[in-house]
Write a protein that binds this ligand. Structure first.
Ligand SMILES: Cc1cc2nc3c(=O)[nH]c(=O)nc-3n(C[C@H](O)[C@H](O)[C@H](O)COP(=O)(O)OP(=O)(O)OC[C@H]3O[C@@H](n4cnc5c(N)ncnc54)[C@H](O)[C@@H]3O)c2cc1C
Length: 452
């Protein structure tokens, strides 16, 4: 591979690296994006089966963060966007083996409609009284503490076990005893600091709000369309980045045994991989990156004929709290969430496995995972019908965990990274795990290079 000076090397062709490449290409900055897999997109992958759109990884993005929509508009894909059907959004949580509807007005684990929480069998009277008393809290600031401590302090242990833990497992696949409240729930921590009661603050915000946009958005044909559009702009080399060395003011990167020279480096692979690559550049930076834990997950997708589906149709899906979990963490009814993706004569279920401490499940063969999913669905939904399609997708070490102390670690990472001219970090390990956050970080890295 010939040495090219004055260009940018991006390591990692997930949404973070692709977003950086897109802006560099538009600005006319020569770049090479290095991706070790034969496919681009990282954990974003869409497949089609028959007339069903199958998301193998993420299926949507949150509307409240504008970066994904901004990029989608720039790419000319705005006409493809569909929103979640929030008025039909019903989520269930397993309690004593039965599915209980998430009380209306619950924002994450915070009750904002007292009447629906009071009527719900999801939590007992002790917890309901505790929720009422939370309204009386005054503002207070705490040092970074775990999500478990934060939630228990506000609403008690049962709220942690039957609301916060299952809801956060769905987003982070994480352990609330480890996750940092400040990094994972920054908006709630800010409410605690300024208002005291989360329920009171959210009820006040709700009264003043006029909701016009859906909670989640996605692309009709799947998020893979976003990857395809971005990939069309990127100059890609498939191969694994194996080592990085400082060379004068720039760097050299070994890819498949050959060295490439570059002035700027955007490291957009997972932090554990970045840590391995950057050990010769800054040992402390490398070890800080390796300290960010990751969890793994697997999705078992199944399509059924609607006419044969004999199980309970559980709204947009259900969550299984750790306290009741065997292997299955959650299950989504894809067609209820995004009807454009499943024709009316079919029902598609996405079953989630893995999360903190459950990496072993990824080692199960496909057939075994499908068998586990069917067994648990039979117990929970009473479903005995056989699927007409199955697919299993594994995402090892893909979800960064913002554990207690993440904010302080991040500051140290930023100090070390900014002391290496030309080095830029992007990806889900830093200031946000969702797709809009990753797009923001990728584009910020590109902007720094373009303006430098
Ligand atoms: C199952 C699942 C469901 C999710 N659901 C949602 C959702 O619905 N909505 C949402 O907003 N977010 C969701 N997320 C989170 C979000 O999708 C990810 O955080 C985000 O896509 C990560 O993008 P990334 O580019 O930072 O990393 P990745 O997608 O992990 O990409 C990193 C890339 O780096 C490559 N790489 C690694 N090492 C090297 C190397 N040495 N050389 C070259 N290449 C290398 C990898 O092959 C990979 O392609 C989900 C995540 C998972 C795993």
């Amino acid at each position: 591979m010939p040495a090219v000076r004055g260009q940018v090397v991006i390591i990692g062709g997930g949404i973070s690296g692709l977003s950086a490449a897109y802006d560099l290409a538009n600005a006319g900055v020569p770049h090479t994006l290095i991706e070790k897999q034969p496919r681009l997109g990282g954990v974003i992958e869409t497949r089609q089966w028959d007339d069903c759109v199958m998301e193998c990884g993420p299926d949507s993005f949150i509307s409240a963060k504008p970066e994904a929509m901004t990029l989608i508009r720039e790419l000319g894909l705005a006409g493809e966007v569909i929103g979640s059907k929030d008025e039909e959004r019903v989520t269930y949580i397993q309690r004593h083996g039965k599915l209980v509807r998430l009380p209306e007005g619950t924002t994450m684990f915070v009750p904002t409609r007292p009447s629906s929480m009071l009527a719900s069998p999801l939590v007992g009277w002790g917890t309901k009284v505790r929720m009422g008393l939370e309204l009386l809290r005054g503002p207070k600031t705490y040092p970074d503490r775990s999500v478990s401590e934060f939630v228990t302090d506000h609403f008690g242990r049962e709220t942690l076990d039957y609301l916060a833990e299952p809801l956060l497992s769905g987003v982070y696949g994480g352990d609330p005893d480890q996750l940092s409240a400040a990094s994972v729930l920054p908006r709630f921590v800010e409410m605690e600091r300024t208002k005291g009661s989360l329920a009171r603050a959210l009820m006040a915000a709700r009264r003043g709000a006029t909701r016009s946009e859906p909670l989640f958005r996605t692309l009709k044909g799947g998020l893979g369309c976003l990857v395809e559009r971005l990939a069309a702009k990127a100059n890609v080399t498939h191969g694994a980045a194996e080592a990085i060395e400082r060379q004068g003011e720039g760097f050299r990167v070994r890819v498949n045994g050959d060295w490439m020279d570059t002035d700027h480096l955007v490291v957009a692979c997972p932090a554990w991989a970045a840590g391995e690559l950057l050990c010769d550049i800054d040992g402390r930076l490398a070890s800080l990156l390796r300290m960010i834990p990751y969890t793994s997950s697997a999705i078992a997708q199944m399509v059924f004929r609607a006419s044969e589906f004999d199980g309970q149709r559980a709204g947009t899906g259900f969550l299984v709290p750790r306290a009741e979990r065997k292997r299955l963490m959650a299950c989504t009814f894809v067609g209820t969430k995004f009807p454009h993706r499943v024709p009316s004569d079919k029902i598609t279920l996405r079953c989630f496995f893995g999360g903190a401490g459950n990496d072993a499940v990824l080692g199960e063969p496909d057939d075994a995972l499908i068998a586990i999913a069917r067994e648990e669905l039979a117990a929970i939904l009473g479903l005995t019908a056989a699927p007409i399609f199955t697919g299993v997708y594994r995402w090892p070490r893909s979800m960064a965990q913002y554990i207690v102390g993440h904010g302080a670690r991040l500051k140290e990472i930023e100090t070390h990274a900014s002391a290496v001219p030309g080095l830029h970090l992007a990806g889900n390990a830093y200031t946000g795990i969702g797709i809009p956050d990753c797009i923001r970080m990728g584009r910020q890295a590109a902007a720094k290079i373009i303006t430098s």
